[in-house]
Design a protein around this ligand. Structure first.
Ligand code: KG4
Ligand code: ZN
Length: 337
């Protein structure tokens, strides 16, 4: 290995994150969140990029301090190049370019979605390929057949909303804060997952759709509230548990079908929604049923973080895949060539 220390920067949405990878270990993984979006029920792009501006240097300094390394010890700078919010991406990318110029070290532009998958390798450096990955985040939901550390093929994708979006939009309808996933999960813990039926979209093959479930929740709440204005509050736990389970059933159904078709050696979960404990448990059970190991990142590597950017950067650097200083943020998602 010609290099031993990688600095990673992530700023694609509303988390400013900096991490340091050293010889296969994560020495620092610092994230500064942005509470300013809470009252809007979603991320406000202009506020996000402004907050990144004020968070990026303190987060960088904190990461260097935590890892106990000097800026001069860094061998390469990996940064999220896309997809994400343009203003947010620019803050991270321009900071990475500045460091690359000042330290005279290579820049590596990383695809955020590939990085969510790379998060799996932080604790599992030698997975058995092919891996069938269920990638569930706030902006994307895909089933991906991964044949190597940087080789992958999309098997199925959502045709509209992402699974995380379905959680976030439901939370908004229920008057819960943004991001909604953790709040719905929290309420669901004491609820009955079979209390209310939510329909699942019928989409052929391995593609998915989540826009209908949110709409069915909206109509359901409107109908029930006509006779009982306190319906949502009175039944919050059961609504959350049933809604969450319906999303999980849908995701697991598609994954099960893909296991049969693609015969992976391992299954895995990645992206922000993989922080959901019920989903983690039920996907592990699905793996056990099929005698397949199931890889799931530790909680700190599930939602957006920079450790996963270091990890993805490491694999690209091994292939000599560095990025020029003319690089711009991109909006491309994962797609097949
Ligand atoms: O990967 P991520 O941090 O950001 C994107 O790249 O989109 O994912 C954020 C998404 C949000 O929609 C959030 O509600 C969801 O992940 N999420 C969860 C949980 N924690 C985060 N969804 C369900 N249960 C959770 N515990
Ligand atoms: Zn993400």
């Amino acid at each position: 290995m010609r290099y031993s220390t990688i600095l990673g920067i992530e700023s694609s949405c509303d988390d400013t994150a900096v991490a340091i990878w050293h010889k296969g270990k994560i020495l620092a993984n610092i994230t500064a969140g942005q509470d300013i979006h809470r009252e809007y029920g979603g991320v406000v792009p202009e506020l996000a990029s402004r907050a990144h501006q004020s968070h990026i240097i303190p987060t960088l300094n904190q990461a260097l301090k935590t890892a106990n390394i000097a800026a001069n010890d860094i061998d390469a700078i990996a940064v999220t190049q896309g997809p994400g919010l343009m203003g947010s991406l620019l803050v991270g990318l321009n900071t990475a370019k500045g460091l690359s110029i000042a330290l005279q070290k290579p820049l590596i532009g990383v695809n955020h979605l590939q990085a969510h998958i790379a998060a799996l390798y932080i604790e599992n450096p030698e997975p058995e390929f092919p891996l069938l990955v269920l990638l569930v985040s706030g902006g994307h939901t895909q089933l991906i057949l991964v044949t190597g550390f940087t080789e992958m093929q999309i098997v199925g994708t959502t045709l509209d909303d992402a699974a995380g979006e379905a959680f976030d939009k439901a939370a908004k309808l229920l008057g819960l804060p943004y991001p909604g996933g953790p709040h719905i999960e929290n309420r669901a813990q004491s609820g009955n997952p079979k209390a209310f039926p939510f329909p699942q979209a019928s989409v052929p093959g391995f593609n998915m759709s989540f826009s209908g479930i949110k709409t069915s929740l909206l109509y359901f709440l409107q109908k029930e509230s006509k006779t009982n204005t306190g319906f949502a509050t009175d039944n919050m736990a059961d609504i959350c548990a049933s809604y969450q389970q319906s999303i999980i059933d849908y995701l697991l159904g598609k994954t099960k079908k893909a296991i049969k078709e693609y015969n992976p050696k391992t299954i895995a979960l990645a992206g922000g929604v993989s922080a959901n404990k019920s989903l983690r448990k039920q996907l592990s059970e699905l793996g056990a049923e099929h005698n397949l190991p199931c890889l799931i990142p530790a909680f700190e590597y599930c939602t957006d973080n920079a450790a996963m950017i270091c990890m993805a950067g490491h694999f690209l650097l091994e292939k000599g895949d560095t990025t020029g200083l003319e690089a711009l943020p991109f909006s491309k998602t994962l797609h097949n060539p």
